[in-house]
Structures are given as C-alpha cells and as structure tokens.
Design a binder for this molecule. Structure first.
Ligand SMILES: [Zn+2]
Ligand SMILES: [Zn+2]
Length: 173
C-alpha cells in the first residue's frame, strides 16, 4: 500500500514537472525535448526542397553583426542557433555548399538551398565533429529561440537599435 502511494506520488511529480518544463520554458512548442538548454528543432527552406531536424543548445543563440552575415543574409544582421556536435540531420534534400573566408579569417562552409536560396547553416571546413550555426529563420521554433548575445558588434549598422522605435503597421502598408 505504502509503495503504491509512493509510486502515484512519483508519477504525479514527474507529470507535473514535465508539464511545467514544456509549457513554461518552451511555451508549448510541439516535440521540443528539453535537457538543460538542449532541444530538438525542425527546419525547412522556403521552397520545401530541404527539410531537417537538429539538436540545439537554446542557451547559445547569437545575433551576428559581421559583414558576411549582412551580405549573405541580405539584411542588417543574422540570428544563429548552434547545434550540438553533429546535431543536424537532413530528412529531405541536401544543401549546396559555398566555402568562403569569414571576417574571423577562418574558412566557413555555407549551406543553402540551391532552388530557393534560403540560408540553412554555416560550419567548419574539414574532418571532425561539426557544430552547425543554423539560420534561425528556417526553423519552425524560431519564435521561442530568443538570442542570448550579440557578436561582431563592431560592424553593427548604426541604426539597428532604433528599429523598435519606428512607426509600425501590422501589414505591409
Ligand atoms: Zn528551397
Ligand atoms: Zn556573422
């Protein structure tokens, strides 16, 4: 009898905790599995030719102001979500890879969709386990992936911090 009560209490505690972790921390994102800052995310390019799943560290999300990110993304900065080592699996398609020398001086492989041009990741060149810097815009969970720091602030566009104060409309005009 005592054992059964302990079992029930344990069940209740684990359900309660799991519920709180899912709803409070990840705001109900489906399929998010949490271990510390780790979670699973799904991504897709704009045309759908490339689909993938990744294990990421939600505590390592950066806004990158480097000039490569500005040119390659076509906008002011890029939001980058880092995977765990080798934590990227493609379920459909394969990205085309462009290797360039980054502002840091290191060669970086840039994966993108050859059909629609969506940026998917950047990673190191050569052998060994790879950490992928996923481009947050291609991730279904992007709303909940909040940046934790900014890098290459030295090349940030001077107006970038003022965007929140601009007059705003909910649609295009
Ligand atoms: Zn595509
Ligand atoms: Zn960058």
């Amino acid at each position: 009898m005592g054992g059964r009560i302990v079992e029930l209490a344990f069940d209740f505690a684990s359900y309660y905790l799991r519920d709180r972790i899912y709803s409070v921390v990840w705001l109900g994102v489906p399929d998010a599995r949490l271990v510390g800052g780790e979670m699973t995310v799904e991504g897709e390019c704009h045309c759908g030719a490339i689909q993938f799943e990744a294990q990421i560290d939600a505590e390592k999300i950066v806004v990158c102001h480097c000039t490569d990110c500005q040119v390659l993304s076509g906008t002011a900065f890029r939001t980058v979500v880092f995977t765990l080592p080798d934590g990227l699996t493609f379920s459909k398609g394969e990205p085309k890879v462009y290797v360039k020398t980054a502002q840091s001086g290191n060669p970086r492989a840039q994966g993108f969709c050859a059909e629609c041009g969506s940026a998917i990741y950047a990673t190191s060149v050569g052998d060994g386990p790879k950490v992928y810097g996923l481009r947050a815009g291609s991730l279904k969970q992007r709303e909940t992936l909040v940046p934790t720091r900014q890098v290459w602030r030295s090349s940030a566009l001077s107006w970038v911090d003022d965007v929140g104060a601009l007059p705003a409309v909910q649609g295009q005009s």
